[in-house]
Design a binder for this molecule. Structure first.
Ligand code: FUL
Length: 480
């Protein structure tokens, strides 16, 4: 039957059925409208439920990961011995021979800075594997270190577990050594083999790093890689930069400076589908250097620079991933370890004394305001249903001086606050100290020092019921 004949026969029978309905007689024009409506309803494709960003929630794994806030990524390998950032893949494994290899020292230094997880580069772009594998001779098994019987990945993993840091792995897809790299299928098999070893030998993996550098033009079977990852490590989160974004649970922030934009949403549009993809800001401790280089003290970032990075990454609702690099002995240089400790101490100094605890909390909209002002991110205040604006206030018995607030949203129900202000009661009126948009996991707002007996977080707009884990007040951000 031709489509137009089929349509007209359908129209006739639809018209008959509508008109016969309970014997009602309708005017011809109404009958025609009803018939047209019935045909369109039948012909229109079934539309999927539309998405709004407030409908999107993080997975429990993403919530847990976002709470870690700060991690380190460790680059150590043949480049450490050749003064290179990107190895050619032609350097002999025999150059790898750390004589004082001590991953506990790296982990302790990372911990002193406040890091909660460590991602280890198990294979960088040069293809050298820091773990023994039957799949290639280009690994530590061919080095002089421990007579070829050592496993750097294992030793680092064990050090992390000993010191309570979560452990993650970076396995570069781009490989400048592996002969099969030019044959996509053969290389997929090789990469998946390495992945399987790493995912099954080293306990729970917090984060798996997919770095897109150097891979332009190469087609990988990521669907299969990820299938394997989800089987062996269902709780691991995949970091993916721009090229591999489709496969990630975590997104690259888009630069290696450690800076995220102030307005930052965890929900992003991935080819027409909204997805929860929190951002990670990776940046090395030494300017532009992920690997160790001799005589490189001048590139070491200063504490004020690191604090700025922290404010612009963690303070913009993202994760900070700081790159650290052991030297050719296998030790983190003493200067680097000291800098990490000083950075951790500076964070402690600024964020250890939450003034909000000294005041009396209240909320303009009801709910338990104390839950957001108790210095405990495990409790949260939620506005009553259908309340989209509210203030959380702290009243002090005498004025306090402060220059910074930290606000955290409860993300399990999504990221809902889209406009807020931090205000202080000054000269008998509310003065706005900071006007912001998104909050997300955490925002750190810094402003000129102010003295007041009343401070409040004013939620100006929220498309969904807002929920706040913490509103904290600090002094000393501007102090040296
Ligand atoms: C980049 C790499 O090319 C760098 O060498 C480093 O590993 C960094 C973390 O990611 O894409």
């Amino acid at each position: 039957m031709r489509i137009e004949n089929w349509l007209s026969s359908f129209a006739v029978s639809a018209k008959d059925r509508i008109c016969a309905f309970r014997g009602i007689r309708l005017p011809p024009v109404v009958q025609s409208i009803l018939v047209l409506a019935a045909i369109s309803a039948f012909l229109l494709p079934v539309r999927s439920t539309s998405q709004n960003f407030v409908d999107l929630k993080p997975s429990p794994q993403q919530v847990e990961w976002q709470d870690l806030e700060f991690g380190v990524i460790v680059h150590f390998g043949l480049n450490t011995y050749t003064n290179k950032e990107w190895g050619s893949g032609k350097v002999s494994p025999s150059v790898f021979n750390p004589t004082k290899f001590n991953p506990d020292q790296w982990v302790e230094a990372a911990k002193a800075a406040g890091a909660k997880y460590l991602v280890f580069v198990a294979k960088h772009h040069d293809g050298f594997c820091l773990f023994p594998t039957p799949l290639t001779k280009y690994s530590v098994a061919s080095s002089l270190w421990e007579n070829g019987h050592g496993d750097v990945v294992k030793a680092v993993e064990e050090a992390c577990r000993r010191h309570g840091l979560k452990f993650g792995i970076y396995l570069s897809p781009w490989d400048r050594h592996e002969p099969s790299y030019s044959d996509n299928k053969a290389y997929d098999k090789f990469y998946e083999g390495l992945m399987q070893e790493l995912l099954t030998r080293y306990g729970p993996i917090e984060e798996f790093w997919l770095d897109g550098a150097g891979s332009a033009g190469h087609v990988y079977d990521f669907k299969d890689y990820l299938h394997q990852l989800r089987i062996y490590q269902p709780n691991a989160l995949v970091f993916a930069d721009v090229g591999f974004m489709k496969w990630g649970d975590i997104r690259w922030v888009g630069n290696e400076d450690g800076y995220a934009p102030e307005e930052n949403w965890d929900v992003i549009d991935r080819a027409g589908y909204l997805r929860w993809r929190p951002a990670e800001c990776d940046t090395p401790l030494h300017k532009l250097h992920w690997f160790w280089h001799p005589n490189d003290a001048q590139t070491l970032k200063t504490v004020p620079e690191l604090l700025k990075i922290y404010d612009n990454s963690v303070g913009h609702g993202c994760q900070l991933m700081l790159g650290i690099a052991p030297d050719e002995q296998g030790l983190l240089p003493a200067l680097d370890a000291a800098r990490l400790r000083e950075f951790g101490q500076a964070l402690q100094r600024i964020y250890s004394h939450n003034l909000a605890l000294e005041g009396v909390p209240s909320s303009s909209a009801g709910g338990d305001a104390r839950a957001a002002l108790d210095n405990n991110p495990d409790t949260f205040w939620m506005a009553p249903p259908h309340t989209y604006q509210a203030s959380l206030e702290v009243k002090f018995s005498k004025p306090v001086t402060f220059d910074c607030t930290v606000t955290m949203e409860w993300l399990n129900r999504g990221q809902n606050i889209e406009a807020y202000e931090v205000q202080a009661w000054v000269r008998n009126k509310w003065q706005t100290l900071h006007r912001g948009t998104s909050i997300g996991h955490k925002v750190i707002d810094i402003f000129p020092s102010v003295t007041s007996a009343r401070v409040r977080l004013k939620i100006v707009a929220a498309p969904h019921t807002p929920a706040v884990r913490e509103f904290q007040i600090y002094n000393g951000h501007g102090a040296p």
